[in-house]
Design a protein around this ligand. Structure first.
Ligand code: HEC
Length: 109
């Protein structure tokens, strides 16, 4: 992504507030590049990172809301480096909490 586009996306992300529609918009802006619009992670980045399928109930059960909040806020590092970036500089805690709910809503029933 170009730096200008990234900045635009980051600004758009910061401009939306914390209700469900906004959480979905935040998901599309900040998360779907890797996790996919539907959360299944079938994206170029997702495949490269061997991302798990967030619609899978077993995957959903593998983390608590508090863990998800922490990962979304502070990012995730593993032996490959920074695999998920921190959003703390562009999303408020309320927006992050709304994203946790959005992530839960992706679960297959
Ligand atoms: C640069 C790619 C990338 C982006 C962008 C990204 N993630 Fe992730 N995410 C990952 C990877 C890699 C993992 C770890 C592997 C896995 O569990 O699938 C992960 C894991 C997660 C998990 C599981 C946490 C856990 O404890 O297992 C959640 C929830 C999550 N991401 C939500 C989000 C949300 C919400 C956003 C947007 C704010 C986001 N991700 C943006 C790559 C990304």
């Amino acid at each position: 992504m170009s730096a200008k586009l990234f900045l635009l996306v980051a600004l758009l992300g910061a401009a939306v507030s914390a209700h469900a529609a906004a959480a979905k918009a935040n998901w599309l802006t900040n998360c779907s590049e890797c996790h996919g619009k539907d959360g299944r992670g079938r994206t170029g980045e997702g495949k490269k990172l061997k991302i798990t399928d967030l619609t899978n109930p077993t995957v959903q059960a593998s983390f608590t809301d508090a863990q998800a909040f922490k990962v979304i806020k502070h990012g995730l590092k593993d032996d490959r480096g920074d695999v998920m970036h921190s959003t703390s500089y562009r999303l408020t805690d309320d927006e992050i909490a709304a994203l946790v709910k959005h992530v839960r809503s992706l679960k297959r029933r």
